[in-house]
Design a protein around this ligand. Structure first.
Ligand code: PHE
Ligand code: ZN
Length: 886
């Protein structure tokens, strides 16, 4: 391997040349594809004759011309990564290149590749350089045309960005299509698709009356499964008009579903390409979670048309500018389409389960990273999910209207530009004349801030004080941190559980009024900006219970001095539903940690009756949303609890979580049984909040019950499995049965495979259910499944299901004999030769090896060392593995 080169944000330089127009012409053949590119080049500064460096990887250069003249030896250099024009003419010129590529041999799934016989592209972040020689960086924005020529019977459908302006038949059974995209774009948004596809067609009329043709393309047999995707697309288009004032800007919008895709989906201008698992759904084959994911991701990619495409990133360090913002937008969209609280709970759980560990490990990086070796490695939960939290904080600070003013100004200022995170910040600030103090630190400092808060009530003065102190833990390259600007939404509950009206707060030597326009205020946003800081509420008639960080107003770890009684009180009464859930989670985490200590001392495990009572009250509270109940009775995940331990102990945490679940099931068996009976689905599957909430609650209850050793329950779960009329219920019942090894499990798994073997998306669920199972010694099963006829290591979804699923089960992946580590180590090396991006995602499972005991550390480290020393290792895997070892 060439010595991997690290790229730094601080080294950003404007390009020496801009590209104005780009005319591409593809000849798609079975053996090879020929790409001709004609680019009009404009030097940035007049008279500059700096070399023009074009990126290009795995390309065969056939010819290169400037202003129509073929270049001769000495006038250019070609290497494995670049084509350099040593002394281009001064002034504007036309550059023409012809290259050849081999899409059918491309297993990396970036650039132009084949998926199930069809051609498709993936260019973000740096895949365009695998298609043609180009300045492959997002601040080069050009207008494109794209001509595609191919055999008509093999590739009847030819798609690219923008409008179709010409098409026709050619000699020899070929045909062509010419597409023109009127909008300037960076090359990472270029896309081409060619193949045997059919479309579901619909239309959307925009707020200004433009009629847009909507087309969702799939192989013919999948077409019936696109109804929900179309519904989601139309809902997203409407929502973006209503909530952000953003209208669609072309007469056509295409979505293509492909089975082989590294990521979830891609927002190419007017030609979104989707991983098929995020488009295709039918009630019989997709779960509620799939339906919800499709809604969110269709929204996400559509929303990118404004946040990403019309306004794009100056360089890849700014990725969160488009991703954090677009995730925030898709979260809000899903909230408005379903339940806001439940959506928020899901998003916060995701942050805690995946982003907190990243922020505390060797790959910790700021929302805007300072450096990278492979950009692919920075499509992370930090850039996406923490980035979305950063955007959410602007809204928390400015309110809905102020936030909207900010986004309006952002679009007005930067339409058609490639910009930075500061530009977004400045738009928010300027539109509101806001004081954001040191808010920008959220983009540059990694690590999850830890905020401690203590409270005190002064009965005589009728004041209530909150004292905050914050620290940001050290992360690689950032040993010392500055205090951050943390918006803490807070309210006070009186002894009856009602919100107290807030009058004024004394802070920083000033008394500020909270109430506004005569309306009582129950939640206020405290601006915590210092290492230590106090806020004192005045006119507080009785000792309150504070409800802090309402709605999870900042991505921090909050440690408060609330007692268990306070927390049970909040669980029962808080008007902020999110914080009701949160109170239950804090109690559950405490409980689990205390029992982990017992387990490690070999003391018997016990379950606090007050906890059981708290859960029972939630279960029986008919005023609560059913999906909320399901979330509130779900214990924090094993990873989340391990994250709170000095030395992570997967066996202890697993045993404790299992113990508590079983105890709850046996003590609340009657209640759980009722929930199952009362919430069975009606015949017809409806994807709306009410129906989904019923199913979720019923299946959560069923999952609890199935942890019992009980004939009657086994019968019940089998009955649910057999009578299920949709995949949500069927799969939940299967998962419930699969909790315990034995004949019932084996039979059900075999039956399920038999029923669904024709549907690869369902088969992937079947793989994942088995691979992530906690049954002892599961690594052997997973090994066997690798050679199952339905498995294919070249397909990312199958790898994520089988291998990713295995790594998600702490007991088996972290098995003390090292079998899990060895398994993953071998797979990563094998996978890396085919698809470095997928291999690199898998190797990340090792990254927190230092959190475990010495035996495990040594075993994991040995695997990482072996990987790093493998021949021909990709930069992708090298970066993750070597940073993990450092
Ligand atoms: N930009 C895509 C998104 O919407 C993600 C992606 C990145 C897809 C890189 C493919 C490659 O989030
Ligand atoms: Zn995105």
């Amino acid at each position: 391997m060439d010595a991997p080169k690290e790229i730094f944000l601080k080294d950003y330089k404007l390009p020496d040349y801009y590209f104005d127009t780009v005319d591409l012409s593809f000849f798609l053949g079975e053996e090879k594809t020929t790409v001709s590119a004609k680019i009009s080049v404009v030097p940035r500064v007049d008279g500059g004759a700096a070399p023009l460096v074009l990126d290009g990887v795995d390309l065969k250069l056939i010819s290169v011309k400037i202003n129509g003249n073929e270049l001769k030896e000495g006038e250019f250099q070609v290497g494995p990564r670049h084509l350099i024009l040593t002394s281009p003419p001064s002034g504007n010129f036309i550059l023409e290149t012809v290259t050849e590529i081999l899409p059918h041999k491309n297993t990396s799934l970036e650039g132009l590749y084949k998926s199930s016989g069809n051609f498709c592209t993936q260019c973000e972040a740096e895949g365009f350089r695998k298609i043609t020689f180009y300045q492959d960086r997002p601040d080069i924005m050009a207008k494109y045309t794209c001509r595609i020529e191919a055999n008509k019977s093999l590739y009847p459908v030819l798609l690219s960005n923008g409008n179709l302006i010409e098409q026709g038949d050619l000699e020899g059974g070929n045909h062509f299509a010419l597409w023109e995209d009127p909008f300037k774009k960076p090359c990472y948004l270029f896309a081409l698709v060619a193949g045997q596809l059919e479309s579901r067609d619909d239309t959307f009329t925009t707020c200004s009356g433009r009629k847009v043709a909507l087309k969702i393309w799939t192989p013919p047999q999948d077409l019936p499964k696109t109804e929900h995707a179309m519904y989601s697309l139309k809902a997203a288009m409407k929502w973006d008009e209503d909530v952000f004032g953003r209208e669609y800007d072309l007469d056509i919008f295409n979505i293509v579903s492909v089975p082989d895709f590294n990521m979830g989906a891609m927002e190419n201008k007017s030609l979104n390409i989707f991983n098929s698992k995020l488009v295709l759904a039918s009630p019989e084959t997709a779960t509620d979670a799939d339906y919800a994911a499709i809604l969110g991701v269709i929204g996400h990619e559509y929303f990118h048309n404004w946040t990403g495409n019309r306004v794009t990133c100056r360089d890849w360090f700014q990725l969160s500018l488009k991703e954090g913002l677009t995730v925030f937008r898709d979260q809000e969209f899903s909230s408005d389409m379903g339940s806001r609280t439940v959506k928020r709970i899901g998003d916060v759980s995701k942050l805690r389960t995946y982003q907190f560990p990243q922020d505390a490990g060797p790959m910790a990086h700021p929302v805007r990273p300072h450096s990278y070796i492979k950009m692919d490695n920075f499509y992370t939960v930090t850039v996406y999910e923490k980035g979305a939290e950063v955007v959410r904080m602007y809204k928390t600070l400015l309110g809905s209207q102020g936030f909207r003013k900010g986004t309006d100004l952002y679009f007005e200022r930067h339409d058609g530009q490639a910009v930075t995170c500061e530009d977004f910040f400045a738009a928010m600030r300027d539109a509101n004349d806001a004081d954001f103090a040191n808010f920008l630190l959220w983009y540059s400092q990694a690590g999850t801030p830890i905020v401690k808060v203590t409270s005190s009530y002064n009965a005589e003065a009728r004041t209530f004080s909150l004292k905050f102190s914050q620290t940001v833990p050290p992360t690689p390259g950032q040993p010392v941190k500055e205090p951050m600007f943390i918006p803490v939404a807070a309210g006070l509950l009186d002894s009856s559980g009602k919100d107290m009206p807030l009058s004024s707060i004394y802070h920083d030597g000033k008394l500020e009024s909270v109430a506004c326009c005569g309306q009582p205020v129950y939640t206020t946003v405290l601006r915590v900006t210092k290492g230590e800081e106090e806020f004192t509420f005045s006119d507080v008639p009785e000792k309150p219970i504070p409800s802090l960080l309402r709605g999870y107003s900042a991505p921090i770890r909050l440690q408060s001095d609330l007692t268990d009684d306070d927390l049970f009180f909040l669980l029962a009464h808080d008007s902020d539903e999110f914080n009701r859930w949160e109170a239950g989670q804090i109690l559950a985490r405490k409980l689990m940690l205390s029992q982990v200590a017992n387990f490690q001392k070999s003391s018997p495990l016990v379950l606090d009756p007050q906890f059981v009572h708290g859960i029972k009250c939630i279960l029986l509270d008919s005023s609560l949303d059913k999906e909320f109940i399901a979330k509130a009775i779900t214990l924090p995940g094993e990873g989340e609890v391990m994250d709170l331990m000095e030395v992570a102990d997967p066996d202890a945490v697993h045993a404790v979580r299992k113990f508590i679940r079983k105890q709850l099931a046996s003590q609340l068996k009657h209640e759980f049984l009722n929930l199952v009976k009362e919430n069975r689905s009606s015949e017809k599957y409806v994807f709306d909040h009410t129906n989904m909430a019923r199913r979720t609650l019923k299946n959560t209850a069923l999952g609890y019950l199935a942890s019992l050793e009980d004939e009657e329950i086994t019968e019940l779960v089998l009955h649910e499995y057999k009578t299920a009329t949709n995949m949500t219920d069927q799969f939940s019942a299967l998962a419930a049965i699969a909790q315990k090894p034995g004949k019932a499990r084996d039979d059900a798994l075999a039956d399920f495979y038999n029923q669904w073997q024709h549907d690869y998306l369902v088969v992937n669920k079947w793989f994942a259910l088995q691979s992530s199972s906690d049954i002892p010694g599961n690594v052997e099963n997973v090994h066997k499944l690798l050679s199952h006829q339905a498995f294919d290591i070249k397909n990312p979804n199958k790898v994520y299901s089988l291998i990713g699923g295995f790594c998600a089960s702490p007991v088996n992946f972290h098995a003390k004999d090292g079998s899990g580590y060895k398994f993953l180590g071998e797979i990563v090396v094998q996978l890396d030769k085919l698809n470095p991006q997928v291999a690199s995602r898998m190797v990340s499972a090792f990254s927190r090896w230092k959190r475990y005991d010495e035996t495990r550390q040594n075993l994991a480290k040995a695997q990482l060392e072996k990987i790093v020393s493998a021949n021909g290792l990709s930069e992708n895997v090298y970066e993750i593995a070597s940073k993990s070892l450092a």
